[in-house]
Design a protein around this ligand. Structure first.
Ligand code: AMP
Length: 520
């Protein structure tokens, strides 16, 4: 006990010393202090936590590159683009690329990629990220968030000297292999020209090749949380020199149960770091993670923090009986093909039915491919590439393709089965109508999906879509049957109605009363 007290006292003193040292250093010069020493300090007392918070705040002031913080929030720009910003000293947005405070090598890269102006999340995310502040961005997928965090990461690498040693200096965590590979593809675009090495690690494939890649050196590591933890625990890599962390699709990572792995990884990162978190929604689990690891941060919400459907998508709902589903689906396919389609993405709920539906489509003259979690990584990559390149225009998928998948030219999404939740529905249909394009979705509902009717109506209403009468009827019927069931459940059966006993006036011993006193 005494030993623990002394140990914690010594650590606390160390922290105070470090804090004073760094304040002095910062006053003397604006260079980044050597705060990495603080790594070894353990969280143990309340005082230590508050000291660490102060230390982080001090160190954040030293982490800017070419942008000065503390400009006023541009209220006009925010209201025009439906942005809400929470935080102090928030730098103003980069409204165009020319006047942005990016170094020339980034401006040139953006020009070469053909981007003429920043997307909304980029315009407000870039200056905040460059100012060194922790950042939370609430924005839907397809809004340009990958470059919103990758380009400041490049500046971070280029304009800061990192600690010598093994392991990445930038880590991007993503929920699925598909998203991780997609981020890697974007990063590969500037890998050569900027002399930065990117490695992508994810589960489901052999570790050996990925470990080999890591050992050859890495600047930006893109990882799924499970595989990253595996490599940290087996000492293949370390995050001890990582100073820029991105959590992409944080809400989905938590939904998928990755919270322990994310927390474990963040514990490995030095305290002098910058964390950027992107999420489509802002539920309490994500808030807790932000509170625990980001401390003070700037939050930028693009649109609502509630998940809503992309308004560029025309949503159609078809209601039929279970036995009519296949005919309805074929009718939709014929209808779409008559319009001269681009790419069509069809969702079903089971892996087995993905295979069956793919076969049915092929037999009917529609060359389709199917993807689901039981396919090997190589098969999944080949199929996605075929779909991306346009070699095949029809992809049948389970929810593995529901989020983050960015394929150009998807004009139609068909939900053969309605997904488990309306959130999944929004993500699925969001594969079309990307980058300001228009899209169309068709969703087949049967009586088995009646419990979802009400929430689907809310999604349609929010997106100003027509709500079919059948759907309203389905929702009403479901509600009234539910009510009936509930009243039946609570109907006094054998013994007729009696007033509820007042438990508080009874003795503990007879709290549950005799059999005759139980009513239901
Ligand atoms: P993301 O949300 O990162 O998946 O990006 C969605 C799509 O937007 C990708 O195809 C990007 O290439 C594209 N994109 C990213 N930034 C811009 C920009 N500034 N202007 C136009 N398109 C962009």
């Amino acid at each position: 006990m005494a030993f623990t007290c002394i140990a914690s006292f010594v650590r606390r003193n160390d922290l105070i010393k470090l804090l004073n040292q760094n304040v002095k250093q910062i006053k003397a010069s604006s260079s980044v202090g050597n705060l990495a020493k603080v790594n070894n300090v353990q969280y143990s007392t309340h005082v230590q936590k508050s000291l660490i918070k102060q230390l982080r705040a001090v160190s954040a002031q030293t982490r800017f590159y070419s942008v000065k913080a503390a400009q006023d929030v541009d209220a006009e720009y925010c209201s025009e683009h439906n942005i809400t910003i929470i935080g102090d000293d928030v730098p103003g947005p980069f409204k165009d690329l020319e006047t942005s405070k990016f170094p020339d090598y980034i401006k040139n890269f953006l020009k070469e990629e053909g981007f003429v102006k920043p997307t909304v999340i980029q315009s407000q995310g870039w200056p905040v990220a460059l100012s060194g502040k922790n950042f939370v961005g609430i924005a839907q997928t397809g809004t340009g968030k990958t470059l919103a965090y990758l380009l400041p990461a490049v500046v971070h690498l280029k304009e800061n000297k990192g600690k010598r040693g093994r392991g990445p200096r930038v880590v991007v965590l993503a929920p699925t292999r598909e998203l991780a590979r997609q981020i890697e593809e974007v990063a590969k675009n500037f890998e050569k020209s900027m002399n930065i090495r990117c490695v992508c690690i994810y589960g489901g494939v052999s570790r050996a090749r990925q470990a080999d890649e890591l050992q050859r050196g890495v600047d930006i590591l893109i990882a799924t949380p499970g595989r990253l933890n595996d490599f940290i625990n087996s000492k293949v890599t370390t995050l001890s020199r990582c100073t820029y962390v991105v959590l992409d699709e944080a809400d989905r990572m938590l939904d998928m149960g990755f919270e322990p792995q994310i927390r474990d990884a963040l514990e490995e990162v030095p305290l002098e770091r910058q964390i950027l978190m992107f999420s489509a929604t802002w539920p309490k689990e994500v808030k807790h993670l932000a509170k625990d690891y980001l401390g003070e941060f700037v939050q930028v919400n693009v649109g609502s923090t509630e998940l809503s459907a992309n308004h560029n998508i025309e949503q159609h709902v078809h209601i039929c009986d279970q036995e009519e589903k296949m005919d309805k689906f074929k009718a939709i396919m014929h209808d779409i093909c008559g319009q001269g389609i681009g790419k069509v993405l069809v969702f079903t709920n089971t892996k087995r039915f993905v295979d069956s539906l793919t076969m049915i489509l092929r037999r009917n003259g529609w060359p389709a491919v199917g993807i689901h979690g039981d396919k090997t990584q190589l098969q999944r990559d080949t199929i996605i590439n075929k779909f991306k390149s346009g070699k095949t225009n029809i992809l049948v998928a389970t929810d593995v393709a529901a989020r983050g998948l960015d394929v150009e030219g998807v004009t139609h999404v068909i939900n053969y089965d309605f997904p488990n939740t309306s959130e999944d529905y929004i993500h699925r249909i969001g594969r079309t109508g990307r980058q300001e394009n228009k899209g169309e979705s068709h969703t087949i509902l049967t009586n088995d999906d009646a419990r979802q009717a009400k929430s689907l109506m809310a999604v349609l209403k929010e997106a100003n879509q027509e709500i079919p009468e059948d759907l309203q009827l389905m929702a009403q019927n479901y509600d009234s049957t539910k009510e009936k069931k509930q009243t039946q459940k609570f109907k006094p059966r054998k013994f007729g109605w009696k007033p509820r006993p007042n438990y508080s006036s009874r003795k503990w011993g007879d709290k549950f009363g005799s059999y005759n006193e139980r009513y239901y």
